[in-house]
Design a protein around this ligand. Sequence first.
Ligand code: DCP
Length: 620
Amino acid sequence: MPIPRPDRQGDRVIAHVDMDCFYVQVEQRKQPELRGLPTAVVQYNEWKGGALIAVSYEARKFGVKRSMRGDEAKMVCPSIHLVQVPVARGKADLNSYRSAGSEVVSILSARGRCERASIDEVYLDLTDAAETMLSESPPEAIEDIDEEALKSHVLGITGADVDGLNNVRRWLCQSDAVHKDKLLACGTIIVAQLRDEVLRKTEFTCSAGIAHNKMLAKLASGMHKPAQQTIVPSSAVTNLLASLPKQLGGKLGSSLHDDLGVNTVGDLLQFSEEKLQERYGVNTGTWLWNIARGISGDEVEGRILPKSHGCGKTFPGPRALKTSACVEHWLNQLCEELNERVQSDSEQNKRVANTLTLHATAHKASDIQLHKKFPSKSCPLRYGRDKIQEDAKKLFDSGLREFLGSHTDGWRVTSLSVIASKILDIPSGSCSILKFFQGKSQSITSGGSLEDILDDDPSCSTERDDEHKVFSYEECSKDGGAPSQDGLINTVCAQKKSIKPKEKGKNSILKFFSSIDAPAKQAQNDTNLLHLNILMVRVPNCTDPQGYDDRRHYTHDGISLRRLDDLWTIRAEDIDPSVVDELPLEIQQEVQGWLRSSKRPHNCTRRSSLLNYFSLDKPT
Ligand code: DCP
């Protein structure tokens, strides 16, 4: 159930920065002649011109929407330029978008703690930077306030007011404002500077929300797009929340409706915290009470790297895979890409992924009506393309056996994805090796078996998705339409967060509440459910009239050190030299040093120091 976190409500300055029509901007940078023209990026496939996955604001004016296919977009906007998403191994290749997102992150992260929440959005904690500005050069002391800052939308202050710029200037420079508003004013100027820097250095525009917490910043960032920023002073919170969409969804939403007659976030305001706690328990009660007031203590996590890597593809309709050979072919493609990504992550960031998970959607020939799910399967991840391919196939075979049961008369697979997760840093020092071997020691090696496969690893289930499909966009599925040829599963960072394709726009508050039940298990020992739900809130009155998927996903930090006890007992002679050969060079040297010294006396000393090291990290 949701767990509230204490909020230093007024003290913090949090920004949520979201790129504008991101893939389109990336393509327009490659082809500058497309700038300013109606443009859309289409998925890899030719059916009806491919599905649109990103639409420029110029094209949106003609009524082009992401839910359309290329042919339909051409009908409503004959001058539209359709750019196909890059393709590799028969599927969309998102590397250029990932790298472009990283360029932006490297600029934004210079001013404060930065959390990369998806391929094109980040949270920033600018509290320290704002405090510094306030003490060294407060807004009222700045002669020429950046015009970008003056163009901000300050909720409750600006509107359709012709004198908007001056209103904002006055708000920014109020010498008698309370401390938290002064901090927000500094944040406004800092974010305007950052957005300007992003534009100069990357040629990309972005929009931002600036508030005292993540939830409110996220709500605000989509309110004025493209290339604008919106500020939420505390005084504007009540009205902002009251403007949220009507109905609360999910089981908790139904229960609130049935028990208390609550339909909207605003309706919650009439109940005391005690009353809500009485009905829903201490945690959920306080969480509801806080949410209704825009209170959230969620911290911006200092994380700019992905928490997982995922590659997936859908095979709708006649393209469904019906033989093991076809599945193997596509698994090999996906695993090849996954291997490249984990290798490059390991080389560039000194991190290793520990878990390989396979998700699939399958249907039986015999009982198409019964929607038994293909079970997700996980195992320790072994590095190397061939090994990943081999293990993914074993996971698939294991899942298929379970899925089919006694019905072995035929099947078809309509989606496949492989995910590398539980990514750990390789710390320097010999202790790092233990961490590395944590996963490796239980890999499906030639001596291993399918017993190593974790059935429906709760951290890897398709239902939760939080950790894996950092953002998974399953084309077309959001509106219930048939999926297109090529669904994408893009894992960048986020972690997580939701999971299912989610709609952005008015009814997102429904998702906000309906998400509460699914990850409840996770939340029992993790407060990030609050995160999860907060991130799923979408902006009301968003200027984007179309619904769109929210691909953000959240995960908790439950990186497993659970097998530490085993690790402490690893003996040098147990280490498979072939595994060592796969390690990054520096780690190989470290292992070799460890192996060498393990042959000397006084092993106890070494072991006890390792024990001490891990004791620090040991979960309580
Ligand atoms: N994306 C995708 N499939 C989807 C949704 C999005 O591949 N179903 C990709 C393309 C988008 C990028 O993710 O450019 C970021 O998605 P956003 O939802 O943030 O949308 P945009 O950045 O395109 O537009 P906006 O300016 O409305 O945020």
